[in-house]
Ligand binder design. Sequence first.
Ligand SMILES: O=C(O)C1=C[C@@H](OP(=O)(O)O)[C@@H](O)[C@H](O)C1
Ligand SMILES: C=C(OP(=O)(O)O)C(=O)O
Length: 431
Amino acid sequence: MDVTIPESRVAGRVRAPPSKSYTHRAILAAGYGDDAVVSEPLLSADTRATMRAVEAFGGTVDRGDDRLDVSGFDGRPAVPDDVIDCANSGTTTRIVTACGALVDGLCVFTGDESLRSRPQGPLLDAIGQLGGRAESTRGNGQAPLVVGGPVEGGTVSIPGDVSSQYVTALLMAGAVTHGGIEIELETELKSAPYVDITIEVLDDFGVDAERTDAGFAVPGGQSYRPEGGEYAVPGDFSSMSYLLAAGAVAAADGDAVVVEGARPSAQGDSAIVEILDSMGAPIEWNQEAGEITVPRASLSGTVVDVGDTPDLLPTIAALGAVADGDTVIENCEHVRYKETDRVEAIAAELTKLGASVTEDRDRLAVHGGESDLSGARVDGRGDHRIVMSLAVAGLAADGETTIRGGEHVDVSFPGFFEALESLGVEVHRSR
Ligand SMILES: O=C(O)C1=C[C@@H](OP(=O)(O)O)[C@@H](O)[C@H](O)C1
Ligand SMILES: C=C(OP(=O)(O)O)C(=O)O
Protein backbone atom coordinates (compact mmCIF):
# COMPACT_ATOMS: atom_id res chain seq x y z
CA MET A 1 0.00 0.00 0.00
CA ASP A 2 1.27 3.47 -0.90
CA VAL A 3 0.52 6.14 1.68
CA THR A 4 0.65 9.82 0.77
CA ILE A 5 1.26 12.43 3.44
CA PRO A 6 0.89 16.12 2.52
CA GLU A 7 2.84 18.84 4.31
CA SER A 8 0.58 19.29 7.35
CA ARG A 9 -0.11 20.90 10.67
CA VAL A 10 -1.13 18.62 13.55
CA ALA A 11 -2.81 19.10 16.93
CA GLY A 12 -4.80 17.14 19.47
CA ARG A 13 -4.68 14.26 21.91
CA VAL A 14 -3.69 10.78 20.91
CA ARG A 15 -3.13 7.57 22.86
CA ALA A 16 0.09 5.60 22.48
CA PRO A 17 -0.38 1.94 21.61
CA PRO A 18 0.62 -0.67 24.20
CA SER A 19 4.27 -1.71 24.29
CA LYS A 20 5.38 -4.35 21.83
CA SER A 21 8.32 -5.42 24.00
CA TYR A 22 6.20 -5.84 27.13
CA THR A 23 3.43 -7.63 25.22
CA HIS A 24 5.81 -10.23 23.74
CA ARG A 25 7.31 -10.95 27.15
CA ALA A 26 3.96 -11.06 28.93
CA ILE A 27 2.52 -13.53 26.41
CA LEU A 28 5.49 -15.88 26.66
CA ALA A 29 5.74 -15.47 30.46
CA ALA A 30 2.06 -16.43 30.67
CA GLY A 31 2.84 -19.35 28.34
CA TYR A 32 5.60 -20.53 30.68
CA GLY A 33 3.03 -20.44 33.53
CA ASP A 34 -0.43 -21.99 33.84
CA ASP A 35 -3.28 -19.44 33.54
CA ALA A 36 -2.88 -15.68 33.27
CA VAL A 37 -4.59 -12.66 31.74
CA VAL A 38 -2.55 -10.14 29.76
CA SER A 39 -4.58 -6.94 29.76
CA GLU A 40 -4.22 -4.04 27.29
CA PRO A 41 -1.89 -6.04 25.03
CA LEU A 42 -0.56 -4.77 21.74
CA LEU A 43 -2.40 -6.70 19.02
CA SER A 44 -0.06 -6.50 16.06
CA ALA A 45 1.59 -8.76 13.49
CA ASP A 46 4.65 -9.29 15.70
CA THR A 47 2.81 -10.06 18.92
CA ARG A 48 0.50 -12.45 17.04
CA ALA A 49 3.63 -14.41 16.08
CA THR A 50 4.43 -14.87 19.78
CA MET A 51 0.83 -15.96 20.47
CA ARG A 52 1.09 -18.59 17.71
CA ALA A 53 4.32 -19.90 19.22
CA VAL A 54 2.78 -20.25 22.69
CA GLU A 55 -0.06 -22.23 21.09
CA ALA A 56 2.41 -24.38 19.14
CA PHE A 57 4.12 -25.28 22.44
CA GLY A 58 0.80 -26.49 23.87
CA GLY A 59 -0.72 -23.32 25.37
CA THR A 60 -3.87 -21.51 24.30
CA VAL A 61 -4.37 -17.78 23.81
CA ASP A 62 -7.96 -16.48 23.73
CA ARG A 63 -7.86 -13.11 22.02
CA GLY A 64 -10.24 -10.44 23.28
CA ASP A 65 -10.19 -6.76 22.29
CA ASP A 66 -8.24 -5.56 25.27
CA ARG A 67 -7.17 -8.77 26.96
CA LEU A 68 -5.62 -12.12 26.23
CA ASP A 69 -6.55 -15.15 28.32
CA VAL A 70 -3.51 -17.37 28.22
CA SER A 71 -3.48 -20.95 29.35
CA GLY A 72 0.19 -21.87 29.53
CA PHE A 73 2.24 -25.03 29.08
CA ASP A 74 3.49 -24.82 32.66
CA GLY A 75 7.21 -24.76 32.00
CA ARG A 76 7.11 -27.83 29.77
CA PRO A 77 6.71 -26.86 26.10
CA ALA A 78 5.45 -29.67 23.86
CA VAL A 79 7.01 -30.66 20.55
CA PRO A 80 5.16 -28.39 18.06
CA ASP A 81 3.00 -30.10 15.43
CA ASP A 82 4.40 -27.85 12.72
CA VAL A 83 7.09 -25.34 11.85
CA ILE A 84 6.72 -22.09 13.87
CA ASP A 85 6.42 -18.99 11.67
CA CYS A 86 7.91 -15.98 13.47
CA ALA A 87 6.97 -13.75 10.49
CA ASN A 88 8.87 -10.42 10.77
CA SER A 89 9.53 -10.54 14.50
CA GLY A 90 13.09 -10.75 15.82
CA THR A 91 11.88 -10.71 19.43
CA THR A 92 9.58 -13.69 18.81
CA THR A 93 12.32 -15.63 17.07
CA ARG A 94 14.82 -15.18 19.87
CA ILE A 95 12.49 -15.76 22.84
CA VAL A 96 10.82 -18.81 21.33
CA THR A 97 14.10 -20.32 20.11
CA ALA A 98 15.32 -20.48 23.72
CA CYS A 99 11.95 -22.01 24.66
CA GLY A 100 12.52 -24.58 21.91
CA ALA A 101 15.67 -25.69 23.72
CA LEU A 102 13.42 -26.92 26.58
CA VAL A 103 11.47 -29.23 24.29
CA ASP A 104 12.06 -32.97 24.48
CA GLY A 105 12.32 -33.25 20.70
CA LEU A 106 12.88 -30.79 17.87
CA CYS A 107 11.28 -27.53 16.71
CA VAL A 108 11.72 -25.60 13.47
CA PHE A 109 11.54 -21.79 13.41
CA THR A 110 11.33 -19.64 10.32
CA GLY A 111 10.00 -16.27 9.21
CA ASP A 112 9.81 -13.81 6.34
CA GLU A 113 12.74 -12.84 4.13
CA SER A 114 13.86 -10.03 6.46
CA LEU A 115 13.72 -12.29 9.51
CA ARG A 116 15.66 -14.99 7.67
CA SER A 117 18.51 -12.51 7.13
CA ARG A 118 18.93 -11.55 10.81
CA PRO A 119 21.68 -12.96 13.06
CA GLN A 120 20.81 -15.87 15.36
CA GLY A 121 24.28 -17.45 15.60
CA PRO A 122 25.17 -16.36 19.16
CA LEU A 123 21.88 -17.74 20.53
CA LEU A 124 22.35 -21.05 18.68
CA ASP A 125 25.84 -21.21 20.09
CA ALA A 126 24.57 -20.57 23.62
CA ILE A 127 22.01 -23.37 23.33
CA GLY A 128 24.83 -25.63 22.12
CA GLN A 129 26.87 -24.68 25.22
CA LEU A 130 23.91 -25.80 27.36
CA GLY A 131 23.94 -29.20 25.64
CA GLY A 132 20.94 -28.52 23.37
CA ARG A 133 20.76 -28.88 19.61
CA ALA A 134 20.57 -25.61 17.66
CA GLU A 135 21.34 -25.29 14.00
CA SER A 136 20.75 -22.94 11.14
CA THR A 137 19.52 -25.07 8.20
CA ARG A 138 21.70 -23.05 5.82
CA GLY A 139 24.67 -23.04 8.19
CA ASN A 140 24.79 -19.25 8.09
CA GLY A 141 23.51 -18.46 11.61
CA GLN A 142 20.14 -17.37 10.21
CA ALA A 143 16.66 -18.93 10.22
CA PRO A 144 15.30 -21.46 9.37
CA LEU A 145 16.47 -22.89 12.68
CA VAL A 146 16.25 -26.41 14.09
CA VAL A 147 16.34 -26.42 17.88
CA GLY A 148 15.82 -29.10 20.50
CA GLY A 149 16.53 -30.18 24.03
CA PRO A 150 15.66 -30.49 26.77
CA VAL A 151 18.44 -28.39 28.27
CA GLU A 152 18.63 -28.36 32.04
CA GLY A 153 20.56 -25.13 32.62
CA GLY A 154 24.22 -24.16 32.93
CA THR A 155 26.59 -21.34 32.05
CA VAL A 156 26.86 -19.69 28.64
CA SER A 157 29.17 -17.09 27.19
CA ILE A 158 27.77 -14.80 24.47
CA PRO A 159 28.58 -11.48 22.78
CA GLY A 160 26.52 -8.51 23.99
CA ASP A 161 26.86 -6.32 20.92
CA VAL A 162 24.62 -8.10 18.41
CA SER A 163 21.25 -8.34 20.17
CA SER A 164 20.09 -8.09 23.78
CA GLN A 165 17.24 -10.41 22.82
CA TYR A 166 19.56 -13.42 23.27
CA VAL A 167 19.89 -12.50 26.96
CA THR A 168 16.15 -11.95 27.29
CA ALA A 169 15.47 -15.34 25.68
CA LEU A 170 17.89 -17.23 27.92
CA LEU A 171 16.64 -15.55 31.10
CA MET A 172 13.01 -16.34 30.28
CA ALA A 173 13.76 -20.00 29.50
CA GLY A 174 16.34 -20.40 32.27
CA ALA A 175 13.78 -19.78 35.01
CA VAL A 176 12.03 -23.08 34.24
CA THR A 177 15.16 -25.18 33.74
CA HIS A 178 16.33 -27.45 36.52
CA GLY A 179 19.58 -25.63 37.26
CA GLY A 180 19.05 -22.07 36.01
CA ILE A 181 21.25 -20.20 33.52
CA GLU A 182 24.23 -17.94 34.07
CA ILE A 183 25.13 -15.65 31.19
CA GLU A 184 28.63 -14.28 30.78
CA LEU A 185 28.87 -11.37 28.37
CA GLU A 186 31.91 -11.38 26.09
CA THR A 187 31.41 -7.76 25.02
CA GLU A 188 29.54 -4.72 26.27
CA LEU A 189 25.75 -5.13 26.12
CA LYS A 190 23.95 -3.02 23.51
CA SER A 191 20.21 -2.31 23.87
CA ALA A 192 20.64 -2.94 27.62
CA PRO A 193 17.32 -1.35 28.74
CA TYR A 194 15.49 -4.18 26.94
CA VAL A 195 16.99 -6.61 29.44
CA ASP A 196 15.78 -4.29 32.22
CA ILE A 197 12.30 -4.63 30.69
CA THR A 198 12.70 -8.42 30.81
CA ILE A 199 13.78 -8.39 34.45
CA GLU A 200 10.83 -6.10 35.27
CA VAL A 201 8.32 -8.40 33.55
CA LEU A 202 9.84 -11.51 35.15
CA ASP A 203 9.58 -9.82 38.54
CA ASP A 204 5.93 -9.01 37.86
CA PHE A 205 5.41 -12.72 37.10
CA GLY A 206 7.12 -13.69 40.38
CA VAL A 207 10.38 -14.79 38.72
CA ASP A 208 13.82 -13.68 39.96
CA ALA A 209 16.62 -12.79 37.55
CA GLU A 210 19.55 -10.50 38.19
CA ARG A 211 22.56 -8.69 36.84
CA THR A 212 25.87 -10.23 37.92
CA ASP A 213 29.47 -9.01 37.58
CA ALA A 214 29.87 -11.16 34.47
CA GLY A 215 26.41 -10.58 32.96
CA PHE A 216 23.09 -12.01 34.14
CA ALA A 217 21.76 -15.00 36.05
CA VAL A 218 18.40 -16.66 36.58
CA PRO A 219 17.86 -19.46 39.11
CA GLY A 220 16.01 -22.55 37.83
CA GLY A 221 12.91 -24.27 39.17
CA GLN A 222 10.78 -21.09 39.19
CA SER A 223 7.10 -20.66 38.27
CA TYR A 224 5.56 -17.84 36.28
CA ARG A 225 2.46 -16.23 37.74
CA PRO A 226 1.54 -12.53 37.80
CA GLU A 227 0.12 -11.10 41.00
CA GLY A 228 -3.67 -11.54 40.97
CA GLY A 229 -3.33 -13.63 37.80
CA GLU A 230 -3.30 -10.50 35.59
CA TYR A 231 -0.58 -8.42 33.95
CA ALA A 232 -1.20 -4.97 32.39
CA VAL A 233 0.97 -3.76 29.50
CA PRO A 234 2.24 -0.12 29.59
CA GLY A 235 2.33 2.28 26.60
CA ASP A 236 5.08 2.02 23.95
CA PHE A 237 7.70 4.78 23.89
CA SER A 238 9.16 3.72 20.54
CA SER A 239 5.70 4.18 18.98
CA MET A 240 5.25 7.42 20.92
CA SER A 241 8.45 8.77 19.38
CA TYR A 242 6.69 9.27 16.02
CA LEU A 243 3.74 11.10 17.59
CA LEU A 244 6.01 13.33 19.66
CA ALA A 245 8.25 14.00 16.68
CA ALA A 246 5.14 14.86 14.64
CA GLY A 247 4.22 17.46 17.25
CA ALA A 248 7.72 18.92 17.34
CA VAL A 249 7.99 19.33 13.55
CA ALA A 250 4.38 20.11 12.65
CA ALA A 251 2.13 21.20 15.56
CA ALA A 252 -0.21 24.03 14.60
CA ASP A 253 0.63 27.55 15.87
CA GLY A 254 -0.38 27.93 19.51
CA ASP A 255 -1.37 24.28 19.69
CA ALA A 256 0.34 21.00 20.57
CA VAL A 257 0.24 17.22 20.35
CA VAL A 258 -0.61 15.52 23.64
CA VAL A 259 0.31 11.85 23.90
CA GLU A 260 -1.50 9.78 26.51
CA GLY A 261 -0.40 6.43 27.98
CA ALA A 262 3.13 7.62 28.80
CA ARG A 263 3.70 6.22 32.26
CA PRO A 264 7.32 5.69 33.34
CA SER A 265 8.65 2.12 32.89
CA ALA A 266 11.99 0.49 32.11
CA GLN A 267 11.78 1.52 28.43
CA GLY A 268 15.03 3.11 27.27
CA ASP A 269 13.12 4.75 24.42
CA SER A 270 11.55 7.21 26.86
CA ALA A 271 14.87 9.00 26.10
CA ILE A 272 12.95 10.53 23.16
CA VAL A 273 11.65 13.10 25.64
CA GLU A 274 15.18 14.27 26.56
CA ILE A 275 16.30 14.11 22.94
CA LEU A 276 13.48 16.42 21.83
CA ASP A 277 14.25 18.68 24.77
CA SER A 278 17.94 18.78 23.76
CA MET A 279 16.86 19.75 20.21
CA GLY A 280 14.98 22.74 21.61
CA ALA A 281 11.40 21.45 21.81
CA PRO A 282 9.56 22.76 24.90
CA ILE A 283 8.30 19.26 25.72
CA GLU A 284 6.56 18.51 29.02
CA TRP A 285 6.03 15.09 30.56
CA ASN A 286 3.46 14.82 33.34
CA GLN A 287 4.55 11.40 34.61
CA GLU A 288 1.71 11.01 37.07
CA ALA A 289 -0.94 11.63 34.43
CA GLY A 290 1.10 9.71 31.83
CA GLU A 291 0.86 12.61 29.36
CA ILE A 292 3.48 14.26 27.20
CA THR A 293 2.77 17.61 25.52
CA VAL A 294 4.84 18.93 22.64
CA PRO A 295 4.27 22.07 20.56
CA ARG A 296 6.12 22.87 17.30
CA ALA A 297 9.58 24.34 17.80
CA SER A 298 12.51 25.38 15.69
CA LEU A 299 14.70 22.40 16.30
CA SER A 300 18.45 22.40 16.33
CA GLY A 301 20.86 19.50 15.85
CA THR A 302 22.06 17.31 18.69
CA VAL A 303 24.36 14.37 19.41
CA VAL A 304 22.75 11.10 20.51
CA ASP A 305 24.33 7.78 21.46
CA VAL A 306 21.78 5.09 20.48
CA GLY A 307 23.64 2.19 22.10
CA ASP A 308 20.70 1.74 24.49
CA THR A 309 17.95 2.95 22.16
CA PRO A 310 18.40 1.50 18.65
CA ASP A 311 14.74 1.82 17.68
CA LEU A 312 14.90 5.60 18.02
CA LEU A 313 17.47 5.98 15.24
CA PRO A 314 15.02 6.48 12.34
CA THR A 315 12.95 8.97 14.38
CA ILE A 316 16.03 10.97 15.40
CA ALA A 317 17.29 10.98 11.82
CA ALA A 318 13.94 12.35 10.60
CA LEU A 319 14.03 15.03 13.29
CA GLY A 320 17.60 15.85 12.28
CA ALA A 321 16.51 16.35 8.68
CA VAL A 322 14.07 19.04 9.81
CA ALA A 323 16.37 20.63 12.43
CA ASP A 324 19.01 23.30 11.84
CA GLY A 325 22.61 22.15 12.08
CA ASP A 326 24.07 18.67 12.44
CA THR A 327 22.36 15.81 14.26
CA VAL A 328 24.91 13.11 14.96
CA ILE A 329 23.76 9.60 15.88
CA GLU A 330 26.56 7.55 17.39
CA ASN A 331 27.08 3.93 18.44
CA CYS A 332 24.59 2.63 15.89
CA GLU A 333 26.16 -0.42 14.24
CA HIS A 334 23.64 -2.76 15.90
CA VAL A 335 20.83 -0.79 14.22
CA ARG A 336 21.97 -2.41 10.98
CA TYR A 337 20.71 -5.86 12.19
CA LYS A 338 17.01 -4.98 12.30
CA GLU A 339 14.13 -5.54 9.85
CA THR A 340 16.40 -3.68 7.41
CA ASP A 341 19.81 -2.08 7.76
CA ARG A 342 18.12 0.98 9.24
CA VAL A 343 21.21 3.19 9.12
CA GLU A 344 21.50 2.74 5.37
CA ALA A 345 17.72 2.75 4.79
CA ILE A 346 16.86 5.97 6.59
CA ALA A 347 19.96 7.72 5.21
CA ALA A 348 19.02 6.84 1.63
CA GLU A 349 15.29 7.57 1.96
CA LEU A 350 15.74 10.94 3.73
CA THR A 351 18.19 11.87 0.97
CA LYS A 352 15.33 11.42 -1.53
CA LEU A 353 13.44 14.09 0.43
CA GLY A 354 16.40 16.46 0.07
CA ALA A 355 18.25 15.79 3.33
CA SER A 356 22.01 15.73 3.41
CA VAL A 357 23.57 12.85 5.37
CA THR A 358 26.95 11.27 6.05
CA GLU A 359 26.83 7.57 6.83
CA ASP A 360 29.59 5.62 8.56
CA ARG A 361 29.45 2.06 9.92
CA ASP A 362 28.75 3.16 13.51
CA ARG A 363 27.61 6.79 13.03
CA LEU A 364 25.05 8.72 11.05
CA ALA A 365 25.21 12.49 10.66
CA VAL A 366 22.21 14.39 9.29
CA HIS A 367 23.11 17.89 8.14
CA GLY A 368 19.91 19.80 8.70
CA GLY A 369 18.96 23.23 7.48
CA GLU A 370 20.99 23.00 4.25
CA SER A 371 17.83 22.89 2.18
CA ASP A 372 14.13 22.51 2.90
CA LEU A 373 12.74 19.00 2.56
CA SER A 374 10.54 18.44 -0.47
CA GLY A 375 8.00 15.68 -0.88
CA ALA A 376 9.05 12.71 -3.01
CA ARG A 377 8.35 9.04 -3.51
CA VAL A 378 10.19 7.05 -0.83
CA ASP A 379 10.43 3.38 0.10
CA GLY A 380 9.53 2.17 3.59
CA ARG A 381 11.79 -0.86 2.88
CA GLY A 382 9.19 -3.20 4.39
CA ASP A 383 10.19 -1.81 7.81
CA HIS A 384 7.58 -0.31 10.12
CA ARG A 385 9.98 2.16 11.76
CA ILE A 386 11.31 3.44 8.44
CA VAL A 387 7.71 3.95 7.24
CA MET A 388 6.67 5.89 10.37
CA SER A 389 9.83 8.02 10.44
CA LEU A 390 9.39 8.95 6.78
CA ALA A 391 5.79 9.92 7.55
CA VAL A 392 7.08 12.33 10.22
CA ALA A 393 9.56 13.85 7.75
CA GLY A 394 6.72 14.05 5.20
CA LEU A 395 4.70 16.29 7.53
CA ALA A 396 7.45 18.90 7.24
CA ALA A 397 8.32 18.42 3.56
CA ASP A 398 6.96 20.76 0.85
CA GLY A 399 4.20 19.13 -1.21
CA GLU A 400 3.41 15.44 -0.87
CA THR A 401 5.46 12.47 0.29
CA THR A 402 4.41 9.04 -0.91
CA ILE A 403 5.68 6.12 1.16
CA ARG A 404 5.77 2.64 -0.32
CA GLY A 405 4.71 -0.24 1.96
CA GLY A 406 2.59 1.68 4.48
CA GLU A 407 0.92 -1.55 5.58
CA HIS A 408 4.09 -2.56 7.46
CA VAL A 409 3.09 -0.34 10.39
CA ASP A 410 0.97 -3.38 11.35
CA VAL A 411 4.12 -4.88 12.90
CA SER A 412 4.16 -2.52 15.90
CA PHE A 413 1.59 0.31 15.51
CA PRO A 414 -1.39 -0.89 13.44
CA GLY A 415 -3.34 2.35 14.05
CA PHE A 416 -0.48 4.69 13.13
CA PHE A 417 -2.06 6.37 10.11
CA GLU A 418 -5.42 6.63 11.90
CA ALA A 419 -3.55 8.35 14.76
CA LEU A 420 -2.08 10.85 12.28
CA GLU A 421 -5.58 11.41 10.83
CA SER A 422 -6.93 12.08 14.32
CA LEU A 423 -4.27 14.79 14.63
CA GLY A 424 -5.53 16.41 11.40
CA VAL A 425 -3.34 14.88 8.67
CA GLU A 426 -5.06 14.05 5.37
CA VAL A 427 -3.61 10.61 4.78
CA HIS A 428 -4.24 9.14 1.35
CA ARG A 429 -3.93 5.36 0.87
CA SER A 430 -3.71 3.61 -2.47
CA ARG A 431 -3.13 -0.05 -3.33
O1 LIG B 1 13.79 -7.10 23.36
C1 LIG B 1 13.10 -6.30 22.71
O2 LIG B 1 11.87 -6.16 22.92
C2 LIG B 1 13.76 -5.50 21.67
C3 LIG B 1 15.13 -5.34 21.71
C4 LIG B 1 15.87 -4.50 20.73
O3 LIG B 1 16.58 -5.35 19.86
P1 LIG B 1 18.14 -5.73 20.03
O4 LIG B 1 18.35 -6.18 21.42
O5 LIG B 1 18.32 -6.83 19.03
O6 LIG B 1 18.94 -4.50 19.70
C5 LIG B 1 14.93 -3.63 19.91
O7 LIG B 1 15.61 -3.13 18.79
C6 LIG B 1 13.70 -4.40 19.46
O8 LIG B 1 12.85 -3.58 18.72
C7 LIG B 1 12.91 -4.89 20.64
C1 LIG C 1 13.75 -4.42 15.71
C2 LIG C 1 12.48 -4.46 16.09
O1 LIG C 1 11.81 -5.57 16.53
P1 LIG C 1 12.24 -7.09 16.42
O2 LIG C 1 13.70 -7.20 16.76
O3 LIG C 1 11.36 -7.79 17.39
O4 LIG C 1 11.96 -7.53 15.01
C3 LIG C 1 11.67 -3.23 16.14
O5 LIG C 1 10.51 -3.27 16.57
O6 LIG C 1 12.16 -2.16 15.75
